[in-house]
Design a protein around this ligand. Sequence first.
Ligand code: BTN
Length: 265
Amino acid sequence: MLTETDLRNGLTTKRFGRKIFTFDSIDSTNACAKALAGCWAAEGTVVLAEYQTAGRGRLGRSWHSNPGDNLTFTVILRPSLTPSSVNILPLFTAVAVADAIESYCGVKTDCKWPNDLLVRNRKVAGILLEGSFKQEMVEYVVIGIGLNVNQEQFPPEIAPRATSLRIASGAPVDRPKLFREIMTTIEQQYDRLTVEGYDSIIPRWLARSVIIGKKIEVSQDGTVLGGVVRGIGAEGSLLLDTGEGVRSLVAGDVTILEFEHASRD
Ligand code: BTN
């Protein structure tokens, strides 16, 4: 079981990870972080669990993770953003976590819109953002990160599409050290974002993206829309050229139809 002491040992951040609530088992770290954020927990507060009984994924799915193998945690943010701009934050988080993975484990990590991280075209991490809005502004946002670190076996239904850092690197990964690298990177890049503007994340996300110029299908509320990805809009939307014009999509599930060519060099 990871403890707050293990996780914070040597951590030099000022806000991110200065307070960490750790649990052996919890329903969902996102649910707990929302409750804490509603009680004025500080920005940068983290909730981490070894096991979630009701881990949440995007689009109403659940998130399963082997206890003791991975990192499943949620960070509280209090950004000065309007609700329509929060969709930039999953892109920000994806880039920060990918940078931390590459710098700590040396594993090349790609971003897939909107919230996934891929290693060799397989999902290594998912990000789930939930927020509370008051008077046209964001009151708080919780960013949940499920990162497959040392898990070696996956349930058959996801096994062909899932991977972990251990599988990719061939060696076990020290979870507290990786967690500290993630906290440090998120803090540095978040502070930079507030100076450079939230849009500055887009070119950095694009540099890690595997979908620009690719033929994809986006499923959204039971409908499937096909097209070629032209870019990312200012607030993190996906610009999809359907052949009848470019549509700006804010949510959906992407299937890349040309996946064999879809990795960055
Ligand atoms: C997805 O890919 O669908 C997003 C998965 C997000 C999972 C993480 S695990 C920690 C946090 N707590 C949750 O209940 N979900 C997120």
